[in-house]
Design a binder for this molecule. Structure first.
Ligand SMILES: Cc1ncc(COP(=O)(O)O)c(C=O)c1O
Length: 428
C-alpha cells in the first residue's frame, strides 16, 4: 500500500467513502494524472461536478484573478462576482426563477429551498419522492430515500416529511404509464389518509433521480404534480443539484419538461469543482423570506462565484456537442441491452445515463457483482466509472461535456468488453 493511502486511512474518517485508490498529481480535461505517469479518464466527473473537465482554463483563470483580489466577504461587504453569478443564473434558469441565494453544498441549497418554502407558504408539510437523494445533513437526509443506509441510526429525523412513490417502471416491471398511474393514485391516498394538501408547502423532487438510479421523471408525472401544486397552492421545488449545468445536455433537466419549478436548488457543476450551490425562486417568493432568518458565512464565496460566472459563460457553447454525444451514447449503450443478458435497462437524459445490470432479465434481480467486475476491468484500463442505485448495480455514465466522440467510443468499447468478460467468467 502506498504511503499516502496508509496516511489517508490513518487520519480520514472512513465514513467518507472514496471510490478508488488513484492518487492524483494533477488533472486536466477528462484526464486525472498520477505521479507515476499513468492517466485515467474521469467518467465520474467528481460525481457529476467537473462537467467542463478538470481545470478548465476559463474557470481556473477566473478563480486565479479573483484570488488575487480577495477571497472572502462573509456577507460583510458586497462584491461583483456574486451579482454576476446571479445575473448569469437569471438568464439560464427556467422562467419565473428571478432571484437567488448562494450556499456551499447541494444539501445546503436544498435545505435553504425547503426552509424558504415552509416559511413563505406558512405550511410545514413536505412531500418527497421515494428513491430521491437530497443530501446527508440532518435536514436533507430527512428528504433522502435513495438508500436506507443514509437514515439508519440517525433518527429522529425531521417530521412532517411525507414520502410518495416516484415512477420506477423498469424496477417495478410496469409500463411508464402504469407506473405514473400508480404513483398518482398513491399520492391521492396520501392526501386522503395522512395529510391534507393544504398543509403541504412543497413537492420536493429531482426531475431526474440521480443517486437513486438515474430515473428521468415521466413528463406526465411532472405535469400532474404541477397541476396538483397549482390547485392546492403547493410549491414545486426541483432539486437540480445533479441534473443541472449541462448534465442533461441542456442547462437544466427542467428545460426538457413543460412543468417548470417554483423553486430550484443547484450545486455540483455550478462552479466546476469549487464549492458553491444556489437556490432560486420568483422575486415575490424570495423577497417575502424575512431578512436575516437564514444566512451563511461562506456561501457565495467570491472565488467560487467567479468560477461560476466562467462556467456559465463557457458551457452554452458546449451544449450542442453534449447533445450529439448524448444521442451517440444512448444509441450505442442501448445496444448493450440487446447484446447482453446482464444489461437490463439503459435509460437517461442527455449525459446522465444509467446502465442497469441484472442477474436475470425476467426477475430483474440487481447484480452488484457485475458492476464491481466492470468497474475493476475499466479501472485496469484507465477508465473511471462509478455506480448509482440502492443496490450498487447501475453504471452511472456521466462523461464530461468536453469528451470527444472518439474518447466516448473508447469508453463505451471498454464497458462493452467488460460486460463481455463478466458474462464469460461471472466469478471474475
Ligand atoms: C440531486 C442531489 N441533491 C443534493 C445533493 C447533495 O449535494 P452535496 O453532496 O453537495 O451536499 C446531491 C449530491 O449528490 C444530489 O445528487
Amino acid at each position: 500500500m502506498s504511503d499516502l493511502i496508509s496516511r489517508h486511512q490513518g487520519l480520514i474518517a472512513p465514513v467518507i467513502a472514496f471510490d478508488t485508490e488513484i492518487i492524483a498529481e494533477r488533472a486536466e480535461g477528462i484526464w486525472v494524472h498520477t505521479a507515476d505517469g499513468r492517466r485515467y479518464a474521469d467518467f465520474a466527473c467528481g460525481t457529476a461536478v467537473t462537467n467542463l473537465g478538470h481545470n478548465h482554463p476559463a474557470v481556473v483563470a477566473a478563480a486565479h484573478a479573483q484570488i488575487d483580489r480577495f477571497v472572502h466577504s462573509g456577507c460583510i461587504f458586497r462584491y461583483d462576482t456574486i451579482v454576476e453569478a446571479a445575473e448569469r443564473l437569471r438568464d439560464i434558469t427556467p422562467p419565473g426563477i428571478e432571484k437567488f441565494g448562494f450556499a456551499n453544498s447541494g444539501a445546503e441549497a436544498v435545505e435553504a429551498a425547503v426552509k424558504m418554502t415552509r416559511k413563505v407558504t406558512g405550511r410545514q408539510g413536505l412531500v418527497v419522492f421515494r428513491g430521491a437523494f437530497h443530501g446527508r445533513t440532518m435536514g436533507s437526509v430527512s428528504y433522502t430515500t435513495s438508500n436506507a443506509k443514509y437514515r439508519e441510526g440517525y433518527h429522529p429525523i425531521l417530521g412532517s416529511v411525507f414520502v410518495a412513490p416516484f415512477p420506477h417502471p423498469y424496477r417495478w416491471g410496469m409500463t411508464e404509464d402504469q407506473a405514473v398511474d400508480h404513483c398518482l393514485w398513491e399520492l391521492s391516498m396520501m392526501f386522503r389518509h395522512e395529510v391534507f394538501p393544504t398543509n403541504i408547502a412543497g413537492f420536493l423532487i429531482e426531475p431526474v433521480q440521480g443517486e437513486g438510479g438515474y430515473y428521468a421523471a415521466p413528463a406526465r408525472f411532472l405535469n400532474e404534480l404541477a397541476e396538483l401544486a397549482r390547485k392546492h397552492g403547493i410549491k414545486l421545488v426541483y432539486d437540480e443539484v445533479q441534473s443541472g449545468f449541462g448534465r442533461t445536455a441542456e442547462w437544466f433537466a427542467s428545460d426538457h419538461y413543460e412543468a417548470k419549478p417554483d423553486v430550484i436548488a443547484l450545486g455540483k457543476g455550478i462552479a466546476n469543482g469549487l464549492p458553491l450551490s444556489a437556490y432560486g425562486a420568483s422575486a415575490e417568493m424570495i423577497d417575502s423570506w424575512p431578512r436575516g432568518s437564514h444566512g451563511t458565512t461562506f456561501g457565495g464565496n467570491p472565488v467560487a462565484c467567479a468560477a461560476a460566472v466562467a462556467v456559465m459563460d463557457t458551457m452554452g457553447g458546449l451544449l450542442p456537442h453534449a447533445r450529439e454525444l448524448s444521442a451517440h451514447a444512448l444509441e450505442r449503450l442501448g445496444k448493450l441491452a440487446t447484446d447482453y443478458p446482464t444489461v437490463g435497462d439503459v435509460r437517461g437524459l442527455g449525459l446522465m445515463i444509467g446502465i442497469e445490470l441484472v442477474k436475470d432479465q425476467d426477475t430483474r434481480d440487481p447484480d452488484p457483482d457485475a458492476f464491481a467486475s466492470i468497474q475493476r476491468f475499466c479501472l485496469d484500463r484507465d477508465l473511471i466509472v462509478i455506480d448509482c442505485g440502492p443496490d450498487a448495480n447501475i453504471i452511472r455514465f456521466v462523461p464530461p461535456l468536453v469528451t470527444t466522440q472518439a474518447e466516448l467510443d473508447w469508453a463505451i468499447d471498454l464497458i462493452d468488453q467488460a460486460i463481455d468478460a463478466y458474462e464469460s467468467e461471472p466469478g471474475n
